[in-house]
Design a protein around this ligand. Structure first.
Ligand SMILES: Nc1ncnc2c1ncn2[C@@H]1O[C@H](COP(=O)(O)OP(=O)(O)OP(=O)(O)O)[C@@H](O)[C@H]1O
Ligand code: SF4
Ligand SMILES: [Mg+2]
Length: 432
């Protein structure tokens, strides 16, 4: 991970001697050590509500390889958390779940809570967004780590459990861990509490860690530190990770592959380089256009995606992104596009991927800039902001980015939404 958290935790006090033995849950039918670590196929989740059936997750497919980090990105309500809660078997009883979720060949859907408790924590563990919902305020943090350890190792002595709790707290960068195991959650800051939650998630050396917006509740400096701690957790456990976030900048620094979700469905899947530099789905391009790019050679304006995602109750036919899409044509309304293969390991749900390809990741070629951005483009850059070589007077580029495609009628009056907020950290290469 390329986080630049110079104030990140010191791991020098860690007593670990290296990668821990990985957890295995082999007691469910169908265990196959050669099967993919996690394989989600045609996952659908529906919730009956007074307004009708909420189809929150619509045909999610992905597989996770050993040691891989898969980023799942999408706007609020796109189904990221419901997908992950389905994997953990933590959806409410009212949820109607179909499809398949296999962990090393073992089908998790339909398992009893008792069977799932053998998988949770040791096979697959989860880090939630808000550490206070994961930690019990009335128990000391050490006791909570020790309890997690004992669930999967009934023979563990109190002394060994406490020693392991101290070791885990040191690994996640809690200073003076020998004393801090005796502290209550309220005696820690938000960032420290999230470290404790990560320690609990890695306690039983899971093979998969699902992190659901683990940094969203934290300020930017602490976010960088927590991303470093997550990297340490992956290194120590050898686990693969599903990293859920609304922030493309976060996944750029940590993910190998990215799955972009829209209205409950994956609309683009590809390597992190594919997604950042050669996206093929207008929604992905729109997300990138909402993101300040520190890697850009020129000063580019932000291009927010106008409008809001559709309701997932009684969705009309056609492409769900159509009302917000500058490339929309009548054909888009006929049927929801399947995900087409657009490159090796790269698929996108759009019938106009060739037009998106021509933009080479430059959102301004397709999405129009906002009025606010037009204003910003005429004002001098704030002190300290680097300008392109041909723009040293700070007046902005001589020729504004093209607005090649008119937005759909009716889109102009829709609100703007910026979905991503932090700069990506490209992993290699320059944009073509
Ligand atoms: N128990 C439930 N009953 C009815 N609808 C639900 C329930 N849980 C989630 N939903 C709906 O499912 C959809 C997907 O929700 P989900 O929490 O997965 O979104 P998300 O992508 O994680 O969003 P966020 O970024 O805000 O966390 C939303 O429309 C939400 O309202
Ligand atoms: S199918 Fe049509 S409306 Fe949907 S994203 Fe592609 S161009 Fe836009
Ligand atoms: Mg969520």
């Amino acid at each position: 991970m390329s986080t630049t958290g110079t104030t990140g935790p010191s791991m020098s006090g860690a007593t670990s001697t290296g990668t821990m033995h990985q957890g295995r849950t082999t007691s469910l039918p169908g265990f196959d050590p050669s099967a993919p670590l996690l394989e989600v196929s045609d996952l659908n989740v529906r919730f009956p509500t007074e307004d009708g059936l909420v189809h929150a997750v619509r045909g999610v497919d992905y597989s996770l390889r050993s040691g891989e980090v898969l980023g799942i990105v999408g706007e609020s309500g796109s189904g990221k958390s419901v997908t992950s809660l389905a994997v953990m078997g933590l959806l409410p009883g009212s949820a109607r779940v179909t499809g398949s979720i296999k962990y090393r060949g073992q089908e998790l859907l339909g398992q009893s809570d008792r069977s799932m408790s053998r998988v949770r924590g040791k096979g697959v563990s989860m880090i939630f967004q808000d550490p206070m919902t994961s930690l019990d305020p009335v128990y000391k943090v050490g006791a909570q780590i020790e309890e997690t350890l004992r669930i999967h190792d009934k023979q563990l002595s109190s002394k060994a459990a406490e020693a392991r709790a101290v070791e885990l707290l040191e690994l996640v960068g809690i200073p003076n861990a020998v004393d801090r195991v005796h502290s209550y959650p309220h005696e820690f800051s938000g960032g420290m509490r999230q470290r404790v939650v990560i320690a609990i998630a890695m306690a039983n050396q899971p093979e998969v860690i699902i992190a659901d917006e683990p940094t969203t509740a934290l300020d930017v400096t602490v976010q960088a530190q927590i991303l470093e701690v997550l990297q340490t957790a992956l290194h120590e456990t050898g686990a693969a990770m599903v990293m859920i976030t609304h922030d493309l900048g976060v996944v750029a620094g940590i993910a190998d592959r990215v799955l972009v979700m829209y209205a409950g469905r994956p609309v683009e899947i590809g390597s992190v380089e594919d997604i950042y530099y050669e996206p093929r789905m207008p929604y992905t391009l729109g997300l990138l256009g909402s993101l300040p790019r520190l890697d850009s050679a020129t000063r580019e304006r932000l291009t927010p995606i106008k409008g809001a995602p559709p309701s997932v109750v009684n969705m009309p036919p056609g492409c769900p992104f159509a009302p917000r899409c500058p490339l929309h044509i009548d054909e888009c309304d006929e049927a929801e596009p399947e995900r087409f293969q657009v490159g090796p390991g790269h698929t996108a749900a759009c019938i106009r991927t060739a037009e998106v390809a021509a933009a080479h990741g430059h959102a301004a070629d397709i999405f129009s800039e906002s009025a606010d951005d037009r204003d910003l483009g005429t004002t001098p850059a704030p002190a300290g902001v680097a300008l392109a070589a041909d723009d040293l007077d700070g007046d902005g580029p001589a020729v504004p980015p093209g607005d090649q495609t008119a937005p759909r009628a009716g889109a102009e009056d829709a609100g703007t939404q910026s979905v991503v907020s932090a700069p990506p950290r490209p992993t290699n290469g320059d944009r073509a």
